[in-house]
Design a protein. Structure first.
Length: 197
């Protein structure tokens, strides 16, 4: 059985895609043991609670320092000790110590074809604004392993999505989620299931 901890900050549509893939039997040897968020109001937490999945929300503002928040987050994850940590719309930079503790066990979904439109400052709608600004005809999503930098770890899976003439950042984001993110994230986990479960 592949044990996951899923880290979220927002709506949780990628978390939902994993939950749906487990429910449908596409991921038959995977379970989500914790959904963690830095944002107590993340709707992703509601999705997890509705499915009976344990949740934990720790806000950096609740700690005297960034280091204490990071230590609490790491401690919570070490207690669960998942096989894989999935960053699904998680907007916190992963501390070096966490990357080392869970070496080659952290994956991230990024809404572009890395190495385009990634790294510092490229998240959420900003990624799609940049793609439209550059005028690319194809964009998409990438699942990659997380290393100590931003969006730079080894790539696991990518899926391309056509950019349409009349796309807005919002319409492009929605298509990339629907036609790429929600497909390749469960696919990447299935690949890891085969290798590690
Ligand atoms: C998505 O665009 C994802 O690619 C990015 O964060 C956004 C929010 O995802 N990493 P979600 O709906 O919270 O899963």
């Amino acid at each position: 059985m592949l044990s996951l901890a899923v880290l979220v900050s927002g709506g949780g549509t990628n978390l939902q895609a994993i939950m749906d893939a487990i429910a449908s039997g596409y991921l038959e040897h995977t379970k989500i043991d914790l959904v963690f968020s830095n944002n107590k109001n993340a709707y992703a937490l509601e999705r997890a609670k509705n499915a009976g999945i344990p949740t934990l929300a720790l806000s950096p503002n609740d700690f005297a320092s960034r280091e204490e928040f990071e230590a609490a987050m790491l401690h919570a994850l070490e207690k669960v000790n998942p096989d894989i940590i999935v960053l699904a719309g998680f907007l916190v930079k992963i501390p070096k110590k966490m990357v080392e503790t869970f070496e080659h066990k952290i994956i991230n979904i990024h809404p572009s074809l890395i190495p385009s439109f990634c790294g510092r400052g490229y998240y959420g709608l900003k990624v799609h604004e940049a793609a439209l600004e550059r005028g690319v005809k194809l964009t998409g999503a990438t699942v990659h392993f997380v290393d100590e930098d931003m969006d730079t770890g080894p790539i696991l899976i990518q899926k391309a999505v056509e950019v349409k003439e009349d796309d807005t950042p919002k319409s492009l984001q929605e298509r990339v989620m629907k036609e790429a993110e929600w497909i390749i994230l469960p696919e990447a986990i299935k690949k890891l299931e085969k290798e590690r479960a």
